[in-house]
Write a protein that binds this ligand. Structure first.
Ligand code: NAP
Length: 256
C-alpha cells in the first residue's frame, strides 16, 4: 500500500520541465513540486540569480535535478535561444509552465504606454514566445503539457490593472487557441487562474487593497503558492490527459 502511494506521489518521474519565473513565488513552488514528483526542471528567471540558485540548491538537496537558465521571456530571439538550450540540457521537453509575470498597476487614465507595453510584453507575448519555441519539440515528440498562469484579474477585470487584466485575459485566449491547434499532436494546453496568492507580487499591494481583497474572497483568505503548485502538478501529469483548453480557478471562490 505504501509503495503504491509513493508511486502516485512521484508521477512525474523521468519527465522534463521548463518553468519560467521560477526564482520566487508561484513559479518557485511549481518548480519545487514538479521536482519532488520526479521531473528534471529548468528554472528560468530574469534577474534574481541568487534566488534562483537557492531554488536549485533546494531541489538538489532533495535528490532532484535542476538547471538555471536566465532569459527575459519578453524577448522573442532570446526565447528561441533559451528554449533550444533548455531542450539541449533536458534531452526532451515534456512540460512547459509559463509562469513569469509582472504588474505595473495604475488607473487607466494615468497609465503610461511604457507600463502597458511592459506588462503585455512579459505576461502575454512572453507566454506566446515560449509556446512558440517549445511546441516545435513537443510536436516532434507527439506529446507535451503546456500550462499557462493567467489570473482572476483576467477573468473578472480589476480596476487599476487594465494592462495586467488584458494580458491575463489574453493568456486565456492564447491557451484555448493553442489547445485547439495542438490537440491532434498529443499536446494539451491548460491555464490556471489564481486569485490572491501570498507572494512578493501581492506583498507590494497597499494594506487597504489587501483588506478589501480578502473581503471579496469566499474562503476568506489569500492562497499559498503551494496550493497553486498542487493543481499545476496534476495538470502537467499523465493523469490530466483528457483535459485541454481549460482554465482552472484557484482563487478561494472569487470567480465562481
Ligand atoms: P513574483 O513573486 O513577482 O515572481 C515573478 C517571477 O517572474 C520571478 O521569478 C521573476 O524573475 C519572473 N519574471 C518576471 N519578469 C520576467 C521576465 N521578463 N522574464 C523571465 N522571468 C520573469 O510573482 P508571483 O506572485 O509568484 O506570480 C507568478 C505568476 O502568477 C505571474 O504570472 C502572476 O501574474 C501570476 N499570478 C499571481 C497572483 C498572486 O496573487 N501572486 C495571482 C494571479 C496570478 P526575477 O525574480 O528574476 O525577476
Amino acid at each position: 500500500m505504501q509503495k503504491e502511494n509513493k508511486q502516485i506521489e512521484r508521477d512525474l518521474s523521468g519527465k522534463t520541465a521548463v518553468v519560467t519565473g521560477a526564482s520566487r513565488g508561484i513559479g518557485r513552488a511549481i518548480a519545487c513540486k514538479l521536482a519532488t514528483e520526479g521531473a528534471s526542471v529548468v528554472l528560468n528567471y530574469k534577474g534574481s540569480g541568487e534566488r534562483a540558485e537557492e531554488v536549485k540548491a533546494r531541489i538538489e538537496a532533495e535528490g532532484g535535478t535542476a538547471y538555471l537558465l536566465p532569459c527575459d521571456v519578453a524577448d522573442f530571439a532570446a526565447c528561441e535561444a533559451f528554449m533550444k538550450e533548455a531542450i539541449g540540457l533536458l534531452g526532451r521537453l515534456d512540460i512547459l509552465v509559463n509562469n513569469a509575470g509582472i504588474t505595473r498597476d495604475g488607473l487607466l487614465m494615468r497609465m503610461s504606454e511604457e507600463d502597458y507595453d511592459a506588462v503585455l510584453n512579459t505576461n502575454l507575448k512572453g507566454t506566446f514566445h515560449c509556446i512558440r519555441f517549445a511546441a516545435r519539440q513537443m510536436i516532434k515528440q507527439r506529446s507535451g503539457r503546456i500550462l499557462n498562469i493567467s489570473s482572476v484579474s483576467g477573468v473578472l477585470g480589476n480596476a487599476g490593472q487594465a494592462n495586467y487584466a488584458a494580458s491575463k485575459a489574453g493568456v486565456i485566449g492564447l491557451t484555448k487557441s493553442a489547445a485547439r491547434e495542438f490537440a491532434g499532436r498529443g499536446i494539451t494546453v491548460n491555464a490556471i487562474a489564481p486569485g490572491f496568492i501570498h507572494t512578493e507580487m501581492t506583498k507590494a499591494l497597499p494594506e487597504k487593497v489587501r483588506e478589501n481583497a480578502v473581503a471579496q474572497i469566499p474562503l476568506g483568505r489569500f492562497g499559498e503558492a503551494e496550493e497553486v503548485a498542487e493543481a499545476a502538478a496534476f495538470l502537467v501529469s499523465d493523469r490530466a490527459g483528457y483535459m485541454t483548453g481549460q482554465v482552472l480557478h484557484i482563487d478561494g471562490g472569487m470567480a465562481m
